[in-house]
Design a protein around this ligand. Sequence first.
Ligand code: PLP
Ligand code: COI
Length: 369
Amino acid sequence: MKNLLAPSASELRTLEFARTPNPAPVDPAKRAEILADPGFGNHFTDHMVDICWSEWGGWHRPRVQPYGPIALDPAASVLHYAQEIFEGLKAYRWADGSIRGFRPEANAARLQRSAVRMALPELPTEYFLASIRELVAADGDWVPSAPGTSLYLRPFMFAKEAFLGVRPAKKVNYYVIASPAGNYFTGGLAPVNIWLSTQYNRAGKGGTGAAKTGGNYAASLLPQAEAYENGCDQVLFLDDGYLEELGGMNIVLVRRDGTLITPESSSILEGITRDSILTLARDRGLTVEERRVHIDEWRAGAESGEIVEAFACGTAAVVAPIGSLKTASWEIRHASTELALSLREELTGIQYGRVDDRHGWTTRLDVGQ
Ligand code: PLP
Ligand code: COI
C-alpha cells in the first residue's frame, strides 16, 4: 500500500540534530542506583529526541533535548482519535564497552508499516537510525552493563494537530525516549502463566492488529487485568479459536521432535524477536511451521505429549517459557523449558556479543553520528 503521506525525497531535510543538553541531569550516584535494579519502564534518561512533521514541510527540526513533558493542545487529535504508533528496541552494552543495537532497521521498517495503516507519515529509515544514535550519544551512560540489562528505546509518533474533524492529522511529532531495563517479568526466567481470553478479542481481520499502535494495547488492558486476577502474567488472544498472540508478545509452541509452530495471521504484530528465534531454530536444522494453530491442537497435543513446550517472545521479554495456559475450566501445563531457554541463550549471546553474529544483526549505535 502506498502511503500518500510519505515525504518525497525533496522534503527530506538535513539529518543534523540540534542538541540541547539537559541542564539538570540525574545525579551519577542516583543513576548508578537505578541501573543496578532498573525493572522495566520505570525510569527515563536525561534526554529525548523530537522531530516535527507537517503536511507542507515534511520532516523537519530534528533535535535532542532534555527529557520532559510535551505540551499538547487539548484538541490534539491523538487524544481523541488515537492516531499513534510506537516501536520498542534495545541498546546493549558489550564487554568492550561499545553499545549495540539489534536489527534496528527492522524496527524502522515496522514503524513505516504501522504508519501506513494509521495514516501517519513514514519516517525514513535513516531518520529512525539517526534518532536512536543521537539519543544513545546523549545518554550512553544510561546503558547498563549488568547481565541481562539493556537500554530500552521507545520511538513513537502521534497526531499533534489541534483539530476535531476525523481525518489524518497534518501535524505530527516523532519522539524517542529511553528507559534502562532489566527483566520484564518480575519472576526472571521462571516460566510464565498465561490466561486465555475467551471473552475478548485483540484484533480483527482488516483491523489494526498488525500495527504497533496504542489502541491495540488499550484493548488488551481489561483482559490483561483478568489475567492478573487469575494469577497469570499475560493474556493470550484467539481469533475464532485460532491462536493470535499475547498482549505484548508472540507465541511459539514446540513439538516433541523439536518443530516450532507459530501462528500465521494478518492481525498479529510481526515480532522481530520471533523472526530471529525462528531463524536460529532453522539454523539448527529444526523445522518451523508458520500456520494457523487452533487452541484445540495445543490442548490435545499437550495431553498426548506431542506438544512439549511453549514460549512467549518479544523485545521486552526476550524469550519466556510458558509454564501453563489457564482458563476458568481447564488448564495446559508444560514442564519443559529446554528449547526456549537454549534459544534465549543463543539470541542474547548474539545481542551481547558473546556469540558470533552470523546474520549481521547487530549494529554499533555509539559511532557513526
Ligand atoms: N506482539 C505484540 C503485541 C507486541 O507488543 C510485541 C512487542 O513488541 C511483540 C509481539 C513482539 O515484537 P518484537 O519481537 O519485535 O518486540
Ligand atoms: C516490546 O516488547 O517492545 C513491547 O512493546 C511490549 C510491551 C509489553 C512492552
